[in-house]
Design a protein around this ligand. Structure first.
Ligand SMILES: Nc1nc2c(c(=O)[nH]1)N[C@H]1C(S)=C(S)[C@@H](COP(=O)(O)O)O[C@H]1N2
Ligand SMILES: [Mo]
Length: 204
C-alpha cells in the first residue's frame, strides 16, 4: 500500500516499479537546495581547472569545455533531505573525458570539487569513474538554470545530491580523503543513498 502524504508519496517502489532508496520520497518537482546565494557567473571569464595529482594541470574556458564530446545521461537524483527526482536527463561532458585530458597520477584516490561561491565536496575517484558521472550544462532538454548550478554542475547519480556540486569550476585530485563544505558540518564522507549514508555516525 502506498501512503499518500500530500503531493508526495512514501514508497519503496514508485508507480512504475522503480526502486527508491530507503527513507526517500518521490517528487516530480525539482526543489532548489543551496547554501547561500546563487553566484553570478560571466561565461567570458568562466574557467574550469583540473589540478592536484594529475599528470598535467588543465584549464578550459567555456568554448573549450563545451567543445568536448557531449554525452546524455538519464539518472535519478536523491537529496539527503529525502526527496528523490527519478527522471532527469543531463547533457554535458563525461567525467572520464576530463581524466583523459589530465590523467590522474598513481596516488590520486579522491577528488575535491570546487565551485564558484566557495562550496566544496569530496568524492572517491573510483565513484567518479562510473560511466554515469558527468559535468552537466543541460537538464531535461534546456540549458541548466543558474539556481540548479548553471552554467555547469557535477552530477553524481549514485551519491546524495550534495555531492553534485553546482557552479563547479574545478576538480582537485588528492591522495587522502578530506571533508568538503557539508562533510565538515556532519554529512557523510561517502553519501551512498542505497546505504543511507546521510550523516556521521556519532556516539550520543
Ligand atoms: N555549489 C553548491 N553546490 C551544491 C549545493 C550548494 O549549496 N552549493 N547544494 C547541494 C545539495 S545539498 C543538493 S541536494 C543539490 C541540489 O541541487 P538542486 O538545487 O539543483 O536541486 O545541490 C548540491 N550542490
Ligand atoms: Mo541536499
Amino acid at each position: 500500500m502506498l501512503k499518500k502524504l500530500g503531493k508526495i508519496t512514501r514508497v519503496k517502489q514508485d508507480n512504475q516499479g522503480r526502486n527508491v532508496p530507503p527513507g526517500q520520497y518521490v517528487t516530480t518537482k525539482f526543489p532548489i537546495l543551496t547554501f547561500g546565494p546563487t553566484p553570478k557567473i560571466d561565461l567570458t571569464t568562466w574557467r574550469f581547472k583540473v589540478f592536484g595529482l594529475v599528470e598535467q594541470d588543465v584549464v578550459l574556458d567555456w568554448r573549450q569545455f563545451t567543445g568536448l564530446p557531449r554525452v546524455t545521461i538519464d539518472a535519478e537524483f536523491h537529496c539527503v533531505t529525502q526527496w528523490s527526482r527519478l527522471e532527469n536527463t543531463w547533457e554535458g561532458v563525461a567525467f572520464s573525458e576530463l581524466m583523459e585530458l589530465a590523467p590522474p597520477r598513481p596516488k590520486a584516490s579522491f577528488v575535491m570539487a570546487h565551485c564558484y561561491g566557495g562550496y566544496t565536496t569530496n568524492i572517491a575517484l573510483d565513484v567518479l569513474q562510473d560511466d554515469d558521472v558527468l559535468f552537466a550544462y543541460r537538464h531535461d532538454g534546456k540549458p541548466l538554470e543558474p539556481d540548479h548550478g548553471g552554467p555547469l554542475r557535477l552530477v553524481v547519480p549514485k551519491r546524495y545530491g550534495w555531492k553534485s556540486a553546482k557552479w563547479v569550476n574545478g576538480i582537485e585530485l588528492i591522495a587522502e580523503d578530506a571533508s568538503g563544505f557539508w562533510e565538515l558540518r556532519g554529512y557523510h564522507m561517502e553519501g551512498d543513498p542505497l546505504k543511507e549514508q546521510r550523516f556521521w555516525e556519532r556516539p550520543i
